[in-house]
Ligand binder design. Structure first.
Ligand code: ADP
Length: 193
């Protein structure tokens, strides 16, 4: 199974992707986690991405497209994967279509987690307070505002992009964690049937 999880920062994509990936025995591929690892390891990609990420802006499309293209070729992705935080722009979505086609892979669906902005801000502020080892570089008020603005301007258009292709499965991301997971499983199984 090959899925995309789409939604604003703080929607719970990471939490849900981890659970659903485990349930179906597929890989969770978070571009945010991969980029944070690159920053920590001071690789060339990490050095270039560090300040962009801290501001809450997007790293260049070609950088993340290349990371994902290589990652999904690895043997542990043979069973499938959940793309968590990718694509984030229409250009990334179009590049993904091309590279999946080249690899002879098809997408099974796009799960959209919808959450109101006021709740997102509360969740991220809570995460910033509770993260062991201190908050992420981009979990502060300025970067958060940028991340939400970037989401609405650049990523939200993907909702209609995938709806027009009949691939969108919308889920209410404001319920509690277990209830959201159950809804995701329900929409995926309905789509399979
Ligand atoms: P969140 O969803 O909470 O904003 P992520 O961990 O998904 O956090 O992403 C953190 C940051 O990593 C983004 O703000 C951006 O700078 C960078 N990033 C992650 N995925 C992408 C992507 N697909 N395209 C461009 N930048 C990305």
């Amino acid at each position: 199974m090959r899925l995309i999880f789409l939604g604003p920062p703080g929607a719970g994509k990471g939490t849900q992707a981890e659970r659903i990936a485990q349930r179906y025995g597929i890989q969770q591929l978070s571009t945010g986690n991969m980029l944070r690892a690159a920053v920590a390891a001071k690789t060339p990609v990490g050095l270039a991405a560090k300040d962009i990420m801290a501001r809450g802006d997007l790293v260049p499309d070609e950088v993340v497209v290349e990371i994902i293209s290589q990652r999904i070729d690895e043997p542990d992705c043979a069973n499938g994967f959940i793309l968590d935080g990718f694509p984030r722009t229409v250009a990334q979505a179009e590049a993904l279509e091309g590279l999946l086609e080249d690899k002879g892979m098809a997408l099974d669906g796009v799960v959209e987690l919808s959450v109101d902005d006021t709740i997102l801000i509360e969740r991220i502020e809570k995460r910033a307070r509770e993260t062991a080892g201190g908050p992420r570089a981009d979990d502060n008020a300025d970067a958060l505002k940028t991340r939400l603005d970037v989401y609405h301007a650049q990523t939200a258009p993907l909702i209609s992009f995938y709806r027009n292709k009949g691939q969108l499965r919308a889920v209410d991301g404001m319920a509690d964690i277990d209830a959201v997971s159950e809804q995701i499983v329900a929409v995926l199984e309905k789509a399979e049937a």
